[in-house]
Design a protein around this ligand. Structure first.
Ligand SMILES: [Zn+2]
Length: 296
């Protein structure tokens, strides 16, 4: 594991406890990028963190891994923000919710889609191994079916559920005045091919549908926070959406023509999109995911 590029290591450790235990968090620093007055993104190990802060308190979108909590709290303080009062999880994966227990104990009110709580509250079997249920203090206490509106720090922040996409419990977060959207893992910006967690109710067609809904909320000035990768634009998200849609179409055409998965893979339908080829999900692996999801 130690010789793998960092980008590979972070994504794998997202969901496997044994690998997670091998990651050395002591060397990872949190970097903050200001996106608007009172809104920032934090980069560290795991999913990108959105922060909203101001007169009504600090709200965090995702919280990476438990060993990162102290550094995240220090970075929040470095922004001039108060300690975390609210937390939203974009979905249940451990690289986005691993800090829940620490932040829950520190008094943060945790919010997420209904299915995030359901999955975190019970043992989960994933393609990468078993993930144990989280303690009660780590679970969302406010859950929703469709979404929430948070009236905080001078603007309406909308939390919008996107059905059956990366998982069955994804939400995007839209700062309506600051014109910022946090996509969670519905958008991996060049870091890796899409990870679609079928075992958690995800579906590739849902990823396209979610991107379409986010694109409809965005304009050319919108700053888009991906789950992993640098802050992006509407144009970048459109490229991602079209990549997923085009690969689905190519794989579907191959299936209709009676081609095997190996024959479809050999045509390299996922090449040429500028995605890190050695990311957590390779081109072949994504094509296989698409194949299995559109075949059935
Ligand atoms: Zn994820």
């Amino acid at each position: 594991m130690t010789k793998l590029p960092a980008i590979f290591a972070f994504a794998i450790s997202a969901i496997t406890a044994p690998v997670f235990a091998q990651q050395d968090f002591s060397k990872i620093e949190i970097k903050a990028e200001q996106l608007a007055p009172g809104v920032a993104v934090l980069f560290g190990a795991g999913g990108n963190i959105g922060v909203s802060y101001g007169e009504d308190g600090t709200i965090l979108i995702d919280d990476q891994y438990a060993p990162m909590t102290a550094k995240i709290q220090a970075a929040v303080s470095g922004l001039g923000a108060a300690p975390v009062k609210y937390l939203v999880n974009t979905h249940w994966h451990g690289d986005h919710s691993g800090g829940n227990e620490n932040l829950g104990k520190a008094g943060a009110v945790i919010m997420a889609h209904d299915n995030v709580r359901v999955r975190m509250a019970s043992d989960q079997k994933t393609t990468f191994g078993e993930v144990k249920a989280s303690p009660k203090v780590a679970l969302p206490v406010i859950t929703y079916a469709d979404g929430l509106k948070l009236h905080l720090n001078g603007e309406e922040v909308r939390v919008i559920h996107m059905p059956a996409a990366h998982t069955d419990g994804d939400s995007i977060i839209h700062w309506t005045k600051s014109n910022i959207i946090h996509m969670g893992d519905l958008f991996f910006f060049r870091a890796t091919y899409p990870f679609v967690d079928g075992g958690s109710g995800g579906n590739v067609r849902g990823v396209v549908a979610a991107a379409d809904k986010a694109l409809a909320l965005a304009d050319d000035k919108t700053k888009i926070i991906p789950g992993h990768g640098a802050v992006a634009t509407k144009a970048d998200l459109l490229v991602y959406r079209n990549m997923v849609a085009e690969i689905i179409a190519k794989v579907e055409a191959g299936i209709k023509a009676g081609k095997s998965l190996d024959a479809i893979k050999a045509e390299r339908p996922a090449d040429g999109y500028g995605v890190n080829p050695s990311g957590f999900i390779t081109a072949d692996r994504f094509v296989e995911t698409v194949y299995n999801m559109v075949k059935s």
